[in-house]
Ligand binder design. Structure first.
Ligand code: DOR
Ligand code: ZN
Length: 451
């Protein structure tokens, strides 16, 4: 179904919003949610396309605060057009993209170039982080908090060699950043030490299962404790990305309401899904930084999410080609694609009775909007942009190379069956995805922030 008209009446659904699930419908007009109602309503309005949700779930579009869409410079792995298509097919209607591209995004001019690219190519709404390095303090301080999601700092090395290790620069950024700082926390010195030990034991060709031994608990905890100490000293607005151990979740603010928290944290779907035992089957395909760790970490992270110690679920979507991933351990880059499968994976946990629908929507839609102060998104609310996803709770399908939209053409989830299927995705009121079919009807918009 495709139409120039993008006004809809979606009826007969189960709306999941603000800790409630209720039978109802909504009217989308001129890109915005005009009406949300409970129960049944028949509307005699010729301007509206009537869409029977057929008892499906109606969710706010997911906001993913952590992706690597690889543009510019690394487009053999993915690009904004390809990965934003995969994102909307996965129910993600807004993303925030990381600066470890080629060149890295270290100046305001480079940042604006990315926004320009996205304006031309992105099917989803977008924002981009500015990277902080040892030598771009002046650029960091120029960041406009109303038009840019945040600053990204790598405290340990990962894809792209963007590590910031000059303590004085770090202190100044923590003291003076005009915008939220998102951090990758791994302690470089400890990584190097563990890597040397690993080389002594295994030589140059260790199994992928050494990854959580090299990038272990100590690596993560040392670095995140350091970042939290510094943030407390300067009252910095700090967001810790991809928490992978139970101990780190303890470091975050968990008593105050989300709007007032100064130190928040994210967990990625892969750290909730996989654990150490999976290296035997999947090898480097589940090599991420930080590493997937033990089953007890996985369970504890899940518990910290349910207890609201962890605020957000994101993807860290980081595609690499299979050729790159299939290299031996030391030469295989960390990261894997996830945007197409994050929401259905979380809904699979719902299906298993491990998390409520309301909680999934809170962690993937509401909280990113609240935490980043995104304007008019993240909720099914009158007057908000119509970023809306319809999900059939029981329409099983299996991840297979033939249904992947990632440019890299593979997924660590291949062979996995999901009960839920995302049937429709609306971005700013435009239907951009219907049952795996992508419509290039309209590009997404730049996110704006109420700060
Ligand atoms: O696994 C990862 N992949 N972790 C990162 O920090 C970077 C990312 C990438 O860009 O490949
Ligand atoms: Zn990342």
């Amino acid at each position: 179904m495709i139409s120039m008209n993008n006004n809809y009446h979606i009826f007969n659904g189960w709306i999941v919003n603000e800790h409630q699930v209720f039978k109802g419908g909504l009217v989308i007009r001129n890109g915005l949610i005009e009406t949300v109602y409970h129960g049944d309503r028949s509307l005699d309005d010729k301007d509206l396309i009537a869409l029977d949700a057929g008892h499906k779930w109606i969710l706010p579009g997911v906001i993913d605060d952590h992706v690597h869409f690889r543009e510019p410079g690394l487009t053999h792995k993915g690009d904004i057009a390809s990965e934003s298509r995969a994102a909307v097919a996965g129910g993600i209607t807004s993303f925030m993209d990381m600066p470890n591209t080629l060149p890295p995004t270290l100046t305001q001019a480079q940042l604006e170039e990315k926004f320009q690219l996205a304006t031309q190519k992105s099917l989803a709404n977008y924002s981009f982080y500015l990277g902080a390095s040892n030598s771009n303090l002046d650029e960091v301080l120029k960041t406009d908090p109303r038009r840019v999601c945040g600053i990204k700092i790598f405290l340990g090395s990962s894809t792209g060699n963007m590590m910031l290790d000059d303590l004085q620069t770090l202190r100044t950024i923590f003291a003076r950043s005009p915008v939220l700082i998102a951090v990758h926390c791994e302690d470089e010195w400890t990584i190097q030490k563990n890597e040397a030990i690993c080389r002594e034991v295994y030589g140059e060709d260790p199994p992928a299962s050494v990854h959580p031994k090299i990038r272990n608990h100590e690596v993560c905890l040392l670095s995140s404790s350091f970042a939290v100490r510094l943030a407390r000293e300067y009252n910095t607005r700090l967001h810790i990305l991809h928490l992978s151990t139970a101990e780190e979740a303890e470091l975050l603010d968990d008593s105050s309401p989300l709007e007032q928290k100064r130190i928040t944290g994210e967990v990625c779907v892969h750290h909730l899904w996989f654990s150490e035992a999976d290296y035997a089957r999947l090898g480097n395909r589940i090599k991420w930084n930080p590493a997937v760790k033990t089953e007890s970490d996985r369970i504890a992270l899940f518990e910290a999410l349910l207890q609201d110690q962890i605020d957000i679920v994101a993807t860290d979507h980081a595609p690499h080609t299979l050729e790159e991933k299939n290299r031996n351990y030391f030469n295989s880059p960390s990261g894997a694609p996830f945007v197409q499968h994050a929401l259905v994976a979380m809904l699979e946990f719902y299906h298993q009775g491990k998390i409520s629908l309301e909680k999934i929507v809170q962690k993937m839609c509401h909280n990113p909007a609240i935490l980043y102060r995104i304007e008019k998104r993240g909720f099914i609310c009158e007057g908000y942009w119509a970023d809306v996803v319809l999900v059939n709770p029981d329409d099983p399908w299996t991840v297979d190379p033939s249904n992947l939209l990632y440019k890299c053409g593979w997924s660590p989830m291949e062979g996995q069956q999901f009960h839920a299927r995302i049937t429709h995705t609306f971005v700013n009121g435009y239907l951009v995805h219907e049952r795996g079919q992508i419509y290039d009807s309209m590009n997404g918009q730049r996110l704006t922030f109420k700060r």
